[in-house]
Design a protein around this ligand. Sequence first.
Ligand code: ADP
Length: 377
Amino acid sequence: MKYIRERLGAKLFLSNLLVILIGVIILAITIQITIPAAFNRHLGMMAANGMGMGMMGQGQGQGFGRTLFENFRASMFQSLGYAVMASVLAALLVSWFLSRRIVAPVQTLTDASQRIADGHYAERVKVDGTDEIAQLAARFNQMATQLEQVESMRRQLIGDVTHELRTPLTSIKGYMEGLVDGVLPATPDTFNQIHHEADRLSRLVDDLQELSRVEAKAYSLDLRSIVVSNLVQTTVKRLSPQATAKRITLRSSLPADLPPVQADEDRITQVLVNLVANAIQYTPDGGDVTILATRQADEVHISVKDTGIGIPPEHLANLFTRFYRVDKSRSRNAGGGSGIGLTIARHLVEAHGGRIWAESKGDGQGSIFTFSLKIAK
Ligand code: ADP
């Protein structure tokens, strides 16, 4: 029974069989019922004619036999005619009922797909049973859910990007109006502010371009065996000027026997640079930023630890979501980013098969950002 419920082919086969069976049964019953009546009627007619025939005298016996046979054939045909009509009618009714039951879910799917094509992404179909059509309906619902998510992400992204672009644009417009009206003095300082906002805009556009590239996985990883201390040295060299400018001590602490990792050097340097740049940015003058690495089973964990402003625990899980900032005004005033850097970092680390997470004891308690990479084979 379970086999039949799960297979559309078995259902179609059985329903055809059922139609044939019902046709045959109705045929048999109708013949049973109609033949005696038809035969009696024809016999009656023959008896009436027989009297006439009796008067013919010679050849009477031969004539009687032929008439009996013809009467039998006529009554047989008549009864068969009724039987065929009854069984065809029954077969038609049963086929109509069965095909409606089988085709109805397909019709529902067709209607639902049309509504989705019209932009109603919340459309779902009811899944009944376990046969192929029910499986198709379940897949259809899955596809609709994904479409709905993509659509809502697209809307969210457009909303976010519009919001992010509006802020520096409004700012530039304000400066320009001030200059035109003579409210703002045309000093290098004013022009520097405008330049600063324009710079933010262009960084935002670059970040967005990079984000769309990593989200679409439109890049390939050149995985090699990489020595972690080289990665760290490159990063420290690149960010030393920024650390020095804020009198931040930037150092690293790596065990001597750290195994090499399996990674794309440029991509992982990008991640580490991002984490260290954030640490420098969110650490007040005179603080410390340390790069650490430890071996954990078949992974190496690389961490960036700072003595900075810290992160309240409720924000930790969201930091890797695009445009997420703990404190929007704080981040902007700090020469702030767009909230995309950590999202890009997460995508890159996950593309390596690793994880990335943040820890902090809260405001003013510093933060630790860690990511994992597989040890090179
Ligand atoms: P942004 O470009 O704004 O720095 P990120 O994606 O790199 O964007 O970081 C997202 C947010 O995470 C930041 O706006 C900031 O609020 C918080 N954050 C990141 N790194 C640190 C850190 N080391 N200390 C405190 N907060 C941090």
